[in-house]
Ligand binder design. Sequence first.
Ligand SMILES: Cc1cc2nc3c(=O)[nH]c(=O)nc-3n(C[C@H](O)[C@H](O)[C@H](O)COP(=O)(O)O)c2cc1C
Length: 330
Amino acid sequence: MNLTTRYMGLTLGCPLIASASPLNADIGNIRRLEDAGAGAVVLPSLFEEQIEAEADRQDHLVGMGSESSPEASSYFPAASEYRVGPDQYLDLVERASSAVAIPVIASLNGTTDEGWISYARLIEQAGAKALELNIYFIPADITTSGRDVERRYLDILKAVREIVSIPIAVKLSPYFSSVGNMARQLETAGADGLVLFNRFFQPDLDLARLEVLADMKLSSPDEIRLPLLWLAVLAGRVKASLAATTGVSTADEVIKYLLVGADVVMTTSSLLRSGIEHMTTLRAGLETWLRARDFASVDDARGLMSQRRIADPQAFERANYIRILQGYRA
Ligand SMILES: Cc1cc2nc3c(=O)[nH]c(=O)nc-3n(C[C@H](O)[C@H](O)[C@H](O)COP(=O)(O)O)c2cc1C
């Protein structure tokens, strides 16, 4: 089965990518992902705070974890190894890029367009084939307008675009008033790829202790619905490559994302939950499905169910509440 995929001008042997996570901070794991059939890997993000902390000669931020899961904790390196400093990060990019033939995509996380952005060039020089911008910004200051948030994304992207020539993907938030318009603005500002969506931390409360719970759960397949909608809407309407992230558990989610038009499909939770070799299972499941439907390649199936190509485009915009109600008795 021909799974060859183009993503941001790169040629991948398969549309499956191990998304940014501490799992990919280890060269042994990256090799295993390649052996298991991944098309590319995204390294964990180098965080703006880490770069600033290094500049200030302070390392108090090491070990801070905005994302952690008890379920996942046995699979990834200790926080101190995960949140590495800039020099270690560049070393990781270099070692990973020479260890495997599949493209290694680096990731930068930040929310301002300040000095940390210059690391993008060093990352490029270290051998990354592309750069993912993980703009993890929650506008908790309620005086911040939607336009301000959009400008922040665009300013960061433009600043990075000016200093690197490798492809840039933006991992964006699902919370824009007009996701499609934002996608177009990002494309105009130089994004080669759009990763839908950043999975923002959502807190819970511990009712016994009256504490805010900062635990992050691994994703479930139900969560594909929001990215699925926007990938379906954007496919064929933007030139940027489209990456799906969130909710992949089995090959079914992979196939759905590809059918609505994702160029590549990323996964982290499934690998943390089931181990790196789960990549082989996802790939085999995709191949089996394509073969059973007589597709000769993944390209033949990609985008067949995007909003532009299905017979009833409204199907992506309308909920059938009547059907839901019929299932319940008052
Ligand atoms: C433990 C853990 C660490 C993560 N670290 C990063 C990171 O450094 N940078 C990033 O952009 N995303 C990070 N993510 C988000 C994943 O790349 C992915 O987008 C998200 O988990 C949704 O995909 P999934 O449903 O396949 O897990 C992390 C996720 C987890 C579970």
